[in-house]
Design a protein around this ligand. Structure first.
Ligand code: NAG
Ligand code: NAG
Ligand code: NAG
Ligand code: NAG
Ligand code: NAG
Ligand code: NAG
Length: 487
């Protein structure tokens, strides 16, 4: 009896000791955490698993050679579960469909050279670039930086390939030039495409920052937008449609000017448009262009520029319904958007009346409008977060590489790419943007799993459903304006 009693006592003592030790550790853990800044918390939790690889500009400046210590394989140390990528990834299959039967030959790749700014080569997990011409601003630099960060995130996971990249705005590989029995269209990677073109869409440079306009890297901007949204509740936002930008880049924007309040006469189309002069703005560092300060109106207008507009993702993340003027171009994620769920469609040929109706409808149906604003923010925050931007690139390149009919090689005039070769010699301002979007270590989680292609009938359903929703809004508009004219 006594023995058991003694045993029980010892056990209880042990339990208590272990318990208090545990409590002490927990307390220490939290104390530690609370003393660390946001960045260090991540460090605290992961240093034991994957080491950091900061840039080594000192050694680059001396030797002009890329470091050799970066890991060459990627492991699922975080034991992440398989998760399927967002649905818009399925369009990767559609973008590459033209080459499914024939594959991609070296001739086809070289055929894209006349409009390409550079050829990217990936061989044994390393990247090389052959430059053909300079892009405007730092588009080419930040695009290459993006590919380089992808390699750092997923070392050893990107297959050997060669691809041509064009940093200009508009798609150039027109479908109708490649009909007939042996069309051999060149695969060309770009930031946007349209329904008459075969250009393959890839994320634009601004995901890693756009220093010329002071747009921070996407990961930082996303957080700022989330914080910014809390500042003014939707109901307290100004009940008008807001747009700010440079109007003189395309006819559709010039035309949008006419919809501004009091532009022609004292008509209020329920819009508040602010025209920026980029010459002026660039002299003051685009200080008035911070996206997180632009979520103070109940509605935001999206209008294309010379092609797609980089502003698309910022506008959709405002918690205010996006009044999306019928676009001509699409970006890699835009095909995941559904009219009336994620945005309100606006006619491109009767913009002012269409905008006025949309705002009035939203102000009459405030909970539906709020829901729409939140749905697009959620889409951007969750489905277009930086992890998925990288996963999209990973899957796009993987699917593309499967089509290659030749063994990629490094041309004699190509140079090896590494983060050091891009950042160390760069202008100080550009380098600071790169530091903020540097992938510091391989991820310890798996990429999302690529969904299967759409079957043709589902694809048709999706397109039909979108068309139907847009027609529905147009009918409501027609009805509304017919009644207005009767008064
Ligand atoms: C490397 O060289 C660049 C100029 O080429 C300079 O701006 C940078 O500060 C140097 N970095 C280091 C760490 O020495
Ligand atoms: C539009 O013009 C009217 C009449 O002059 C004026 O009362 C109103 O404040 C103007 N609206 C704006 C937003 O400037
Ligand atoms: C550009 O700057 C000039 C001179 O500072 C000023 O008069 C003009 O209004 C500005 N234009 C815009 C669109 O801001
Ligand atoms: C923009 O501002 C610059 C300098 O202030 C001026 O020369 C130019 O004419 C302006 N452009 C427009 C379209 O107002
Ligand atoms: C909004 O509500 C007002 C008042 O009920 C109505 O007169 C107007 O037609 C409505 N407008 C729209 C676009 O729903
Ligand atoms: C199209 O819309 C119908 C009716 O709203 C819906 O049942 C169907 O699931 C939609 N199809 C797709 C592919 O979204």
């Amino acid at each position: 009896m006594t023995k058991t009693y003694k045993e029980k006592c010892t056990l209880m003592f042990l339990v208590a000791a272990v318990g208090s030790l545990f409590m002490f550790l927990t307390a220490a853990y939290w104390l530690d955490l609370s003393m660390l800044s946001g960045q260090s918390i991540i460090q605290f939790q992961t240093t034991k698993k994957v080491p950091y690889f900061p840039l080594d500009c000192l050694s680059w400046n001396e030797t002009l050679t890329c470091p050799k210590n970066y890991p060459t394989t990627h492991k699922n140390i975080g034991h992440s579960a398989f998760k399927t990528c967002p649905d818009y990834f399925r369009w990767i299959h559609e973008d590459l469909a033209r080459w499914r039967e024939t594959g991609v030959t070296r001739d086809m790749v070289d055929g894209a050279k006349p409009s390409a700014h550079f050829r990217l080569i990936i061989l044994d997990g390393k990247a090389y670039v052959e430059k053909f011409r300079k892009s405007i601003q730092t588009r080419d630099l930040f695009t290459l930086w993006g590919f380089q960060q992808l390699l750092r995130r997923y070392p050893g996971r990107i297959p050997d390939l060669e691809l041509m990249f064009d940093c200009n705005d508009r798609p150039v590989i027109k479908k109708n030039r490649f009909r007939g029995p042996d069309p051999r269209p060149p695969p060309l990677f770009k930031y946007c495409s349209d329904h008459g073109s075969l250009d393959i869409v890839s994320p634009d440079w601004s995901f890693w920052g756009w220093p010329e306009t002071n747009q921070k890297p996407w990961e930082i901007t996303l957080k700022e937008l989330k914080e910014g949204n809390k500042r003014v509740k939707w109901m307290d936002r100004l009940p008008y449609a807001y747009w700010k930008g440079n109007p003189d880049v395309s006819p559709i924007r010039v035309d949008l000017k006419k919809c501004n309040v009091n532009y022609t006469s004292n008509v209020d189309w329920n819009t508040r448009l602010f025209f920026q002069n980029w010459t002026n703005e660039s002299t003051n560092g685009f200080k008035g262009s911070n996206m997180k300060d632009q979520c103070t109106y109940r509605y935001k207008i999206y209008v294309e520029g010379w092609a797609w507009s980089v502003s698309e993702k910022y506008i959709l993340a405002c918690d205010s319904p996006t009044l999306y003027i019928t676009p001509h171009y699409y970006t890699f994620f835009a095909r995941g958007l559904t009219p009336l769920k994620h945005f309100w469609p606006i006619r491109d040929n009767d913009k002012c009346r269409s905008l006025k109706f949309a705002v009035e409808w939203g102000n009459n149906h405030t909970s539906k409008a709020q829901e729409m604003g939140e749905a697009s923010s959620r889409f951007i925050q969750e489905d277009v977060k930086m992890e998925y931007v990288y996963d999209y690139m990973l899957h796009l390149l993987t699917e593309y590489a499967k089509l290659l009919k030749f063994k990629p090689t490094v041309p004699p005039n190509a140079v090896e790419l590494c983060s050091e070769s891009l950042a160390c010699p760069a202008d100080e301002k550009f380098r600071s943007f790169m530091m903020e979007s540097l992938v510091q270590q391989p991820t310890d989680t798996l990429p999302c799993t690529m969904p299967s292609p759409y079957d043709p009938s589902t694809l048709k359903d999706i397109v039909d459903n979108k068309t139907r929703a847009i027609k529905q809004v147009e009918m409501w508009e027609n009805e509304f304006w017919k009644n207005q004219n009767l008064k």
